[in-house]
Design a protein around this ligand. Structure first.
Ligand SMILES: Nc1ncnc2c1ncn2[C@@H]1O[C@H](COP(=O)(O)OP(=O)(O)OP(=O)(O)O)[C@@H](O)[C@H]1O
Length: 289
């Protein structure tokens, strides 16, 4: 990698991402209530919970879309709370979105958009094709191709995104986020809407990314099979509160978690099913096919 910012970040190991006593309120509703957890460097950390538990709100706090009423989020020593989303992204925290799937341009165009924040040459030098701008552009293109290869999109690099399958378009989303050279990758329901084969491939892609790149991954996902197979640690939310935390094995046996998902036992107030459009097992004790 030849670009300054990229080269600098490539040398950095991920740091802990610390969510400390975060509360988010919408009018009268407390969407997140004093929630804390830490994403260990290099780990895969899943945030799960029934519908309305606060998972998306949590992601929106991490990426700067929501400002909490109280509590802080830190990446290493850097406080993220209160920073605009583009500042948080520039610090190496990149996210994908659950429902936004790119349809414009080629795969390469989209990946180069992901490189934009790392581009140092200004608009004028790029437009005038000045030598340093051309060199930088070439380096970005080469890196975008490497990332396409990492996620299995290399043969589609010059293809219009609109021609790709849904599963491949979701890969483009992930690859675009990876083009930022993130130290933390936030994946919002990475397999939502995918068929079984696409989901199995997505699991492999996430494993490859984790093995090959120096980053931590935080994912929100309803597919419990995926969570159980990929996550090192799981934080479980219900009605905005953290009800459990631990390894996949620990949380799948936790009575509070079973109660929240199945609505059984004391209280029995938790929603029983995962979100709409999210095929796959609902309960944390079951694996996806
Ligand atoms: N912008 C908003 N304004 C008002 N209420 C909101 C807003 N965003 C979320 N909420 C509410 O906050 C609570 C938590 O929502 P959130 O979307 O974070 O849950 P979730 O766990 O992601 O749910 P799902 O699995 O259904 O996506 C819900 O009661 C939701 O209706």
């Amino acid at each position: 990698m030849n670009t300054g910012t990229t080269a600098t970040r490539a040398a950095e190991a991920p740091e802990p991402l610390e969510v400390d006593r975060v509360t988010v309120r919408f009018a009268g509703l407390t969407a997140l209530d004093d929630v804390s957890f830490t994403v260990a460097p290099g780990s895969v950390h899943a945030v799960i919970g029934p519908n309305g538990a606060g998972k998306s709100t949590c992601f929106n706090v991490l990426s700067g879309l929501h400002r909490p009423a109280s509590g802080t989020v830190r990446y290493g020593r850097q406080r993220l709370t209160g920073l605009a989303p583009h500042r948080i992204a520039a610090l190496g925290i990149a996210r994908t979105f659950q429902n936004i799937v790119t349809t414009e341009g080629t795969v390469g165009d989209n990946l180069m958009l992901g490189r934009h924040a790392l581009t140092r040459a200004g608009f004028v030098s790029s437009a005038l094709h000045l030598p340093h701008a051309v060199r930088e552009q070439r380096a970005h293109l080469a890196r975008a191709r490497e990332i396409a290869e990492l996620v299995g999109l290399e043969r589609h690099f010059d293809a219009p995104v609109a021609m790709l399958s849904y599963g491949d378009r979701k890969r483009v989303e992930m690859a675009r986020a990876l083009c930022l050279e993130p130290r933390v990758l936030l994946l919002d329901e990475p397999v939502a809407g995918m068929n079984t084969a696409e989901r199995a491939e997505a699991v492999e892609v996430i494993r490859t990314v984790r093995a090959q790149l120096p980053l931590s991954i935080v994912l929100v996902e309803h597919d419990m099979g995926l969570v159980m197979r990929l996550a090192d640690e799981v934080t479980v939310l219900d009605f905005g509160r953290r009800i459990a935390h631990g390894t996949p094995d620990e949380v799948r046996r936790d009575p509070e978690v079973l109660r929240a998902y199945l609505g059984t036992g004391a209280g029995g107030t938790g929603p029983a099913t995962p979100g709409p459009g999210t095929p796959g097992p609902a309960t944390p004790g079951k694996e996806a096919a």
